[in-house]
Design a protein around this ligand. Sequence first.
Ligand code: ASP
Length: 341
Amino acid sequence: MTRVAVIYTGGTIGMRPGPQGLAPDTDLPSLLAPPPVPENRFELDWHTWSPLLDSSQIQPAHWQQLGREVEDRLHDHAAVLVLHGTDTMAYTASALALQLGALKGPVILTGSQRPWHEAGSDARDNWHQALVATQLPGLSEVTIAFGGRLLRGIQSHKADAASDAAFESPRHPPLALWRDHPAQPSHWQRSDAPAGWYDKRTAFHPDYRNQTVWCQQWAPGHPLIPAAQLQAMGIRVLLLTLFGTGNGPSEDPAFTGWLADLKNLGILVVGLSECEKGIIHRGAYAAGSALLNAGLLPAFGMTREAAYTKALYLCACEPTAGPERLAEQFLQNLAGEMPTR
Ligand code: ASP
């Protein structure tokens, strides 16, 4: 018998229709026990959040709370399953991976695109597959089990708002794929993805109270928020989503002057690509190199979710660190967030 802790935070998986659309409902644990797994080989300990949340309501303080709950449960359970809405699941998975450090067992997030109650819902398959994934040997990292794919959580991204295969990890192969087998029990087949991520850090769940990271998606001719305004707000890292390999309007003096102001005021600027695949290169184009020369730090191929949670996490862990220290930490592969392709 495998003892698995299930933390039910909310999400579509347990929602029912209400006057304004789908909203979380508390009856899911009674529907899911006993688990729909042939040998009934799991003992489940449920912890249901109150209130249950649509994951678009999740805030960094919830990551701190959830991280503590997961860490506590891993002391006396073989694995922890987190039932979570899909909208911010990749952010939560990234934050958990950063917070939890070395894991004693797998932490698996799942949910569904359609409620458990709806005919033909993906909820049953995702729940079943997530439970079975708790038994995969050597899986001690934070993962997302969804739509027949087991993905590294900190490299995952919600790529589809409708289909069952909602999540992708565009720069890391799936850790395992679900194989439906007519003649033998269906199972996860491990892929040739590089061996599991073994984190050596100890768990730490920082207080994210301060708002320290500003996200800016660049678009041609976009207005520039004054650097002094960001500084007055307490912003320490600006995540700037750029074109392609990390290119922007390097010949526009207003833009380069803005980057210089940010640098002078001690705000670290991290460059992301708006493309889901490929990574930011140094020196691919003059329009990108000029930005790097102006002090922009490339996030290489980190997902937006990983880069955002990592920047928040580092600022919360080191409240007085300056931009050089934050940049040095940002470039470390802390929890498997740096891509391998
Ligand atoms: N809005 C829902 C949530 O993130 C969507 C879902 O669960 O699929 O909670």
